[in-house]
Design a protein around this ligand. Structure first.
Ligand code: ADP
Ligand code: MG
Length: 479
């Protein structure tokens, strides 16, 4: 009671800021979000296990001192770590660890407390059974401030979903996008967009009750209510919500009882003009293990997908992130990152953090060489797929021409040859079809790509110097 956790953390930050390098401060402290203060334990959320380990290793004394200063001798610190669970489909979950208890994270999949809510951004869930006053629910919307529309970069990849989300936030429950279902592969911004809608609703309509839950949380609460024999309280709680956001609804697959109760809640909310927002890794037609009546409900509104962002959007996402964290990074490094990691925004951000960490650790300036080294490590462990974009970039750099040139209509010999080489490597290193490769390399058809591959193979066999070029390029592409 008394002091508020944001204030406390602000005070800590101002002390910390005076005691360490500014860049280290930006890298390691600005991304931290305080999430609660209870029994003199301040919980701070950190973006990854790596981050947590870093803090424990380098800043623990400073942290301890500052916490004691703010909270007195009894003051403690606890981390809430957003984990990437590589054993389970790389859905993030969080784990809470008191400070200086490093053992606990060594193998999180084993030592995880049973009640841990996998798949959630946060471990705290509102307790549905103390029917709280409206105020209390408002406080526990579980929305993450950073996941705002402002921070969500718009691109062709997300235009429909984003504008539908925006429309919903302007007029919750009153558009035909009810439910709004956002689907995509992992790491493309579903959770972010879902939060953005929730935050925007709260901005527009402070009195509306918004709740974000993961499907695991929802399921867990339901099971708990069955155990305690108070399912009605559970249902009542959900019926009070004006905007219900359920993340990763695919996890409800095969859980018949939970589907039943969700169906019930869905109908009630929908009938009363309340807004429902769902996210999923698949469109409704491809969802398995779902009751047909539920699936048909999902199809009532709008299902909008998020695609892989194109290069410009990836660059914009990185720039926004850097701007937000107040960090400067050379443009060529940003571009390089965006080229190299093309299929998953979360990985892109992970690589960015690794580079920042690396430069802060070794007190090195951030250069393209450093970036290459990091990407190499990072990408090896996540088995990167080489993209056509990336190959083009390498080829262009090698021959010192621009991307525009390689994709232009020009018939200049060097350019044509560079383009053919890019096609040849795309065929060799990506799973893309000839048609797709053609499309990305100057809007050519599949026959042109096939011809290019033959030409390059011939040249390798007949021209020694050319063969050396190709071998050098091959090395660069594989880094
Ligand atoms: P998903 O829920 O689809 O797995 P997330 O919403 O967790 O993906 O997104 C992964 C990361 O990528 C988050 O940090 C998110 O902020 C970021 N991100 C994804 N898309 C965008 C975007 N268009 N603009 C800014 N950040 C994005
Ligand atoms: Mg998600």
């Amino acid at each position: 009671m008394g002091k508020n956790y944001t204030e406390i953390w602000e005070n800590c930050l101002s002390i910390i800021k005076d005691n360490i390098h500014y860049q280290s401060y930006q890298t390691w402290f600005e991304p931290i979000t305080p999430i609660k203060l209870k029994n003199n334990i301040l919980t701070i959320q950190v973006p990854s296990q790596f981050f947590y380990e870093w803090l424990e290793e380098h800043y623990i004394n400073l942290l301890k001192k500052t916490i004691k200063k703010e909270l007195g001798n009894e003051g403690r610190l606890e981390y809430s770590i957003i984990m990437d669970n590589s054993f389970n489909n790389s859905k993030p979950y969080t784990i809470n660890i008191p400070t200086s208890d490093r053992r606990a994270t060594k193998n999180p999949s084993v030592t995880m407390p049973i009640d841990l809510n996998r798949g959630g951004k946060s471990k705290d869930i509102p307790n549905p059974f103390i029917i709280p006053g409206l105020k209390k629910i408002k406080v526990q919307s579980q929305l993450v401030e950073n996941y705002s529309f402002d921070n969500f970069i718009e691109g062709d990849c997300n235009r429909l979903a984003r504008s539908a989300g925006y429309a919903v936030a302007e007029n919750p429950g009153k558009t035909s996008f009810n439910p709004l279902l956002i689907y995509s592969d992992v790491g493309l911004g579903k959770t972010h967009l879902a939060h953005a809608i929730g935050l925007q609703v709260k901005n527009n309509f402070p009195n509306k009750i918004v709740l974000y839950v993961t499907t695991e949380q929802f399921t867990g609460q339901y099971i708990e209510s069955v155990r305690n024999n108070n399912q009605n309280d559970f249902i009542h709680f959900y019926q009070m919500i004006d905007v219900l956001i359920i993340d990763d609804i695919q996890f409800i697959a095969g859980k018949e009882k939970t589907q039943d109760v969700f169906f019930h809640i869905f109908n009630q909310l929908h009938q009363n003009g309340k807004q429902i927002i769902l996210t999923s890794d698949k469109p409704p037609v491809e969802m398995k293990g779902m009751e047909p009546r539920l699936l048909s409900r999902f199809k009532w509104g709008l299902a909008a997908d998020l695609q892989i962002p194109d290069l410009e959007t990836r660059i914009a996402i990185l720039q926004k992130r850097l701007y937000y964290d107040g960090i400067k990074m050379p443009y060529d490094v940003i571009e390089y990152l965006a080229y190299s990691i093309s299929t998953n925004v979360r990985e892109l951000e992970g690589a960015l953090i690794s580079i920042l960490a690396q430069s802060s650790l070794n007190k090195k300036v951030i250069t393209i060489e450093l970036a290459k080294k990091m990407i190499d490590k990072f990408v090896k462990s996540t088995s990167r797929e080489i993209s056509i974009d990336y190959i083009q970039k390498i080829v262009c750099d090698y021959f010192d021409i621009t991307l525009d040139m390689i994709n232009s209509k020009t018939r200049k010999r060097e350019i044509v040859q560079a383009r053919q080489i890019a096609m040849f490597f795309s065929k060799r290193h990506t799973k893309s079809s000839l048609a797709t490769i053609g499309l990305h390399c100057g809007n050519k058809d599949h026959a042109t790509v096939l011809h290019a591959c033959k030409t390059i193979n011939n040249l390798i066999d007949t021209d020694k110097q050319f063969k050396i070029y190709v071998e050098e390029l091959e090395k660069k592409i594989k880094l």
